[in-house]
Design a protein around this ligand. Structure first.
Ligand SMILES: [Cu+2]
Length: 166
């Protein structure tokens, strides 16, 4: 798992360096202070127990996980990306007059030392629409979580059957 993540990170780093060099022409030199567009994930921030509740391909699947902030500053979870599905969104569902309504989750601030769980019992989920390939139970899919600082944090999420609750 780690080597896969590292490979992805290295590949994106190489791309970023190439892009930076391509722009460095005409005598302008911006120095070393310019951060690459894809830097390392935020230090001390972890995604744990990520899993996907797989539904048949014509229905949206959902992912659940816990984000733990072991850094010394608040961090904001703002989005999610994946190559495994055509669409991935942070969603929150709420009960309104007995009807379950789903909407984009607002960016979620996790205080230093805090954690926040997307779980089946609180309505928070990653909405995953249009799997690019059939999801095999027990396999894993990579989700990349986006924060207000640092680069994407990629984790492997285990695919579980529709009946799974955690
Ligand atoms: Cu949803």
């Amino acid at each position: 798992m780690i080597s896969k993540q590292l490979t992805v990170w290295l590949a994106s780093s190489v791309f970023a360096v190439g892009a930076a060099q391509a722009h460095d022409h005409g005598g302008h030199h911006h120095g070393a202070g310019v951060a690459p567009s894809s830097d390392e994930p935020p230090l001390g921030v972890k995604i744990e127990d990520c899993w996907i509740r797989a539904l048949p391909t014509h229905l949206p699947s959902a992912a659940y996980f816990k984000v733990r902030n072991e850094s010394t500053a608040p961090i904001t979870l703002s989005g999610v990306q994946t190559d495994a599905f055509a669409h991935a969104m942070l969603h929150a569902s709420r009960d309104e007059n007995g009807m379950a309504k789903m909407m984009h989750a607002e960016p979620i601030v996790i205080p230093a030392g805090g954690e926040f769980a997307f779980k089946t019992s609180n309505g928070y989920h990653v909405m995953l629409e249009q799997a690019r390939q059939a999801l095999e139970m027990g396999s894993s899919q990579t989700l990349s979580f986006l924060f207000d600082r640092g680069g994407p944090l990629s984790v492997d999420c285990i695919v579980k059957p529709p009946s799974a609750l955690e």
